[in-house]
Design a protein around this ligand. Structure first.
Ligand SMILES: [Zn+2]
Length: 290
């Protein structure tokens, strides 16, 4: 973020802080405290890019979050959303893709601090060691997690979730074979590896155009307990707990604070993705995986 934008956002944040605090008190009193689900990708000091946060910035975010929010698991988040009443603001930590360097600092820190974390893995890269296409295209073929790392961190308490096999754009096709391969296939890859159930799925890219009601139906039918999007959105008690709307955990602390204290403008202009009547849609050939 350039200096001018940072200055403008900081000014906006502080001029609306009183309004935010008043709204937060009102939500607490009426049981409408938000459940914010953050997503990170990579914590490292080398090869900075739009999906990397430095170690010290990440540690500072964890300290700030620990002071101001109940840091909870996705299943606890769903329970609070489903209950229709939650008085305390809460946040969840998730990671997407599966970068090897997260094992050096982020995951040890999260386990040490006892912060529940769900870690979404695109399984083809874990199984083959190939770098992610977006990293290869950027000239920085960063290493993905190995299967041994995923087993190790699952054992240490990190919840592992599925993120397709090939980091596919699920908005690109509603073909049942495609959805089964990417959604059921990634669940199966991880369950075979870990010997335990994998309950959550995160849609790659996670914008409105990267999801369809058919993809949500395939996740539901596959037995996932919830699906995460990534376009930026708040979850409030009484919402549908199956669809967890996530917020990008920006490396800039002011952006993180702006989101998590419920930006009145973002709330006003927020358009949630409609996953359709996924419980009623039946998909065929879901057993077909490659
Ligand atoms: Zn991803």
């Amino acid at each position: 973020m350039n200096q001018l934008k940072q200055f403008a956002l900081t000014a906006y944040y502080y001029t609306t802080l009183l309004q935010r605090n008043r709204q937060a008190l009102l939500r607490a009193r009426t049981g409408q405290a938000p459940v914010s689900v953050l997503f990170y990708h990579r914590v490292a000091d080398s090869h900075p890019n739009a999906w990397t946060i430095g170690r010290q910035a990440f540690a500072a975010q964890m300290r700030w979050l620990s002071r101001h929010y109940d840091l909870i698991s996705l299943s606890e988040a769903q329970a609070r959303i489903a209950s229709g009443c939650s008085a305390r603001p809460a946040a969840c930590i998730t990671f997407d893709d599966g970068y090897a360097e997260n094992c050096d600092f982020a995951l040890p820190l999260l386990v040490e601090l006892g912060i529940p974390t769900t870690y979404f893995v695109a399984t083809d890269f874990m199984l083959t060691g190939r770098p992610f296409p977006h990293d290869a295209a950027a000239g920085a073929p960063l290493p993905p997690n190995t299967a041994a790392q995923i087993i190790e961190w699952s054992r240490r308490g990190i919840e592992i979730g599925a993120h397709t096999r090939s980091h596919a754009n699920l908005g690109s096709s509603t073909e049942p074979e495609f959805l089964a391969d990417e959604i059921v296939g990634s669940k199966r890859d991880l369950e075979e590896l870990l010997g335990r159930e994998v309950n959550y799925f995160a849609c790659p890219y996670g914008l409105h155009q990267n999801m369809t009601p058919a993809a949500f139906a395939a996740c539901y039918t596959a037995g996932f307990a919830g699906v995460c999007s990534a376009y930026g959105g708040y979850n409030f008690p009484g919402n549908d707990p199956f669809h967890l709307q996530r917020i990008h955990a920006d490396p800039e602390m002011i952006r993180l604070k702006n989101w998590l204290t419920v930006d009145p403008l973002k709330l006003k202009h927020h358009i949630p993705f409609d996953p359709g009547d996924y419980g009623q849609i039946t998909t065929t050939s879901l057993a077909a995986t490659r």
